[in-house]
Design a protein around this ligand. Structure first.
Ligand code: UT7
Length: 333
């Protein structure tokens, strides 16, 4: 019998401080009307100074373990663009703080597609027999990398973390992940980037005046690419699962912009109600976006056991991906 990775636990964590669109108008030349009509976002959560990606990841991870009813896992994979520090990776620290012992633990960097990439890496560990259970976490503190004066990014992103537990199981059981479709196009690397602070342009006192340590995004180009890639990969994984596109009960897409979610649904000719919306309350939480949206969909009673579910994401890199599963019986914390 083939081994399949099966989703068996889901946990999330948001930093408590909620920042409304109105709050942002005190610092930026923007308005609630602009933000809502162009993005669909109303509120985002922002981590207090001193709270790092690992702090959010530990909370979400603990909740996912509780949801799965386990105390130990064989590996930890963490998707993030905002590690606690450039070196070492954040995952080993998270594993240690969760009391998971000396398990393999590593970070995955695929920006907003990170959670799907991390899930696929974890699935590979399970398929190889290297692990029977894996904790996969998406955690980001984008508020730390945004230019405080840049209204085009400040209004979009929020901080948060979400995690799932995968276990070795069988391909036909609920929660079994189908083969993911992942892709990248590095010719678009400059569309979402932080120019300074890496090996090409290290941050040094002598270049501080010319350096740009902040996250920058060409929103318009990203928008167009995101719609095409998420729609195309979603169609492909549905087909591989043996479903017509219209069979998809829920297309849970990376929560970047309400207009993107609607455009993906339109391209696939799916009713908008089948694309759950969570970004109105949390903004774009990057690697945390998919597990946060899943938990919200379950808690609101929309996503139910047995539902045909497609997860899809798009992000810097450029990177994108999708994967299909029948939703399992789980209680998120
Ligand atoms: O998560 C990774 C993937 N990321 C994404 O998928 C993001 C994709 N892109 C987007 O969601 C949208 O492109 C944005 C929300 C980022 C921007 O929306 P847009 O409709 O593409 O607006 P725009 O960038 O074309 O800006 C339109 C106008 C500009 O003014 P002018 O040049 O027309 O005078 C901007 O300066 O809106 C202005 N603007 C703002 N106005 C008020 C930009 N940001 C703001 C703001 N408040 N916060």
């Amino acid at each position: 019998m083939t081994t399949a990775p099966v989703l068996c636990g889901l946990g999330t964590w948001l930093p408590p401080r909620a920042v409304s669109n109105e709050d942002l108008t005190t610092e930026l030349d923007t308005s609630d009307e602009w933000i809502r009509s162009r993005t669909g976002i109303g509120v985002r959560h922002i981590a207090d100074p001193g709270t790092a990606t690992s702090d959010l990841a530990v909370e979400a991870g603990r909740r996912a373990l509780k949801s799965a009813g386990v105390e130990k896992v064989d590996a930890v994979v963490l998707a993030t663009t905002t590690p606690d520090q450039p070196c070492p990776a954040t995952a080993p620290l998270v594993a240690a703080q969760l009391g998971l012992g000396q398990v393999p633990a590593f970070d995955v960097g695929a920006v907003c597609t990170g959670f799907l990439y991390a899930t696929t890496a974890a699935s590979g560990l399970i398929a190889l027999g290297s692990a029977r259970t894996v904790l996969v976490i998406g955690s980001d503190v984008y508020s730390r990398i945004l230019d405080p004066t840049d209204r085009s990014t400040r209004v979009i992103f929020g901080d948060g973390a979400g995690a799932v537990v995968l276990r070795a199981g069988e391909p036909d059981e609920p929660g079994a992940l189908g083969r993911a479709q992942l892709g990248s196009d590095g010719t678009g690397a400059d569309l979402v980037s932080i120019r300074s602070g890496g090996s090409r342009e290290p941050l040094r006192a002598e270049n501080a005046a010319e350096a740009d340590p902040y996250f920058r995004m060409n929103g318009k180009s990203v928008f167009r690419n995101a719609v095409e890639r998420m729609a195309d990969t979603s169609r492909a994984v549905a087909q591989e699962a043996g479903w017509a596109v219209d069979d998809i009960d829920h297309l849970v897409a990376h929560q970047a912009n309400l207009r993107i979610l609607r455009a993906v649904a339109d391209r696939l000719k799916l009713p908008h109600e089948r694309c759950p919306v969570h970004l109105d309350r949390v903004g774009n939480t990057a690697a945390a976006s998919l597990p946060l949206a899943l938990a919200d969909a379950v808690e609101s009673g929309r996503l139910r056991p047995g539902d045909r579910t497609v997860l899809t994401a798009f992000g810097g890199g450029l990177t994108w991906g999708a994967c299909a599963l029948r939703w399992p019986e789980i209680h998120p914390y």
